[in-house]
Write a new protein. Structure first.
Length: 420
């Protein structure tokens, strides 16, 4: 009997010890977790209210810091727009080194440009252009030094235009306003890109007017990068520049080659009413190829709407656009684009060969022959354009085209003045 009682007491003691050990283990776990989370101190006791506040503040600061880093990363790459084929970048953005994956085309016979695709073998001999004169007394050197002294940017340099020698030697330059950094990343353009470019220089309109007067030219082209970071897209900056130019030299003809202003009609109207003579905006390519060639914030219909609204606001304004060829477009698509442009009374269209600026940009699909360019010129004239410049080396701002436009505008305005 005594042995049985002793055995019972021993078993009870064992259970008590096990319970104690279990309780201690649980307490240790709670204390360890509490220390990790900052909800208990080393004795397993709840910390003071002040300590809790400090722990919560550290947690909030850590979360806020992580969110800020994520937002900054997203902002820094916001201009590297994802496209339908999975590729990103354009402009100054580094493109993926691998070939971008194929996407299914609407028809087997249609093609589109791709980054990293095989280029046509050899460049045709019709692309040869004379090198600019480096003589100290040449017009090319004078224009270059003038731009450098006045701290002005030109699209001639930024976009690596092949006609820079011809145009600058002829005293013609296309000035790029609003800095040299674009908020968009089109797949064909080599201009620097950034989601937050430096703010516009408020003295730039005055410097530009001074430079143009010093050059003594009669026709000037003003263009710019896209500035989606500005409320009006930079329209008022352009308008001020035009007004200053016209004030200093009223007979000067001014062409503005501008962005689509994100489709903002008020911005289009601001520039259209500034006193400029030619409102230019480039549709760049045919409708089918827009998503593969241009930044996702640009599109065919938006471009047409800006050209149409400029003419609606100032009916006497000349409107102009440019199209690159050699990106996989068909003849039918090019002609349809011309018909769409004539439907909104666009006056001038130019065609030029797309040339890849770097291997990180779209590859050339084909080199279009001079004969094909001439064919499109004839079609454009038959459709009623007042002027069509079409050739492998033609660009939207091109000396020969500007010379023709200058005389055409002066002639038409002279005829209207005589009638009245």
């Amino acid at each position: 009997m005594r042995r049985k009682e002793a055995r019972t007491r021993s078993q009870s003691a064992g259970k008590s010890n096990a319970s104690a050990i279990g309780i201690c283990s649980t307490a240790m776990m709670i204390m360890t977790v509490g220390l990790m989370l900052g909800t208990t101190n080393a004795w397993g006791l709840a910390p003071s209210t002040s300590s809790l506040r400090q722990s919560n503040l550290r947690l909030q600061l850590s979360t806020t810091s992580q969110k800020q880093q994520k937002d900054e990363k997203n902002e820094a790459t916001s201009y590297a727009v994802q496209r339908g084929d999975g590729s990103t970048g354009g402009g100054g953005v580094t493109m993926p080194p691998q070939k971008i994956k194929d996407v299914e085309e609407d028809h087997d016979t249609l093609v589109r440009p791709k980054v990293g695709a095989e280029m046509p073998k050899g460049r045709p001999d019709w692309f040869k252009v004379p090198a600019p004169s480096q003589r100290p007394d040449s017009r090319y050197t004078a224009v270059k030094e003038s731009l450098s002294t006045l701290k002005l940017n030109t699209v001639c340099e930024e976009a690596q235009c092949p006609n820079i020698g011809e145009c600058w030697s002829g005293g013609t330059g296309t000035i790029m306003l609003l800095g040299d950094t674009c908020t968009r990343g089109c797949m064909f353009c080599a201009v620097n890109t950034d989601s937050k470019p430096p703010p516009p220089d408020p003295f730039e309109p005055f410097q530009t007017a001074q430079a143009v007067v010093e050059w003594g030219v009669d026709y000037i082209v003003l263009t710019s990068v896209d500035r989606d970071d500005l409320p009006d897209g930079g329209a008022q900056h352009f308008a001020h520049t035009v007004e200053l130019l016209k004030h200093q030299k009223p007979e000067l003809l001014v062409e503005c080659l501008v962005s689509d202003f994100q489709g903002m009609e008020d911005s289009v109207a601001t520039l259209a009413k500034s006193g400029l003579d030619v409102y230019a905006h480039n549709v760049e390519t045919v409708e089918r190829l827009q998503p593969f060639v241009r930044d996702a914030r640009a599109n065919y219909q938006q471009s047409l709407s800006t050209l149409e609204h400029a003419k609606k606001v100032v009916p006497s304004l000349y409107t102009k656009t440019s199209i690159m060829l050699g990106l996989g477009e068909t003849d039918e698509e090019v002609i349809q684009t011309m018909k769409d442009l004539r439907a909104i009374n666009v006056d001038v269209v130019t065609f030029g060969q797309y040339l890849r600026p770097t291997e990180h940009h779209l590859s050339v699909v084909e080199y279009v022959t001079p004969e094909k360019f001439d064919h499109f010129r004839q079609v454009g004239e038959d459709l009623g354009f007042k002027y069509v410049a079409s050739g492998p080396m033609v660009r939207s701002s091109y000396k020969a085209g500007e010379f023709y436009l200058q005389h055409m505008i002066q002639k038409e305005r002279g005829e209207k003045a005589a009638e009245s």
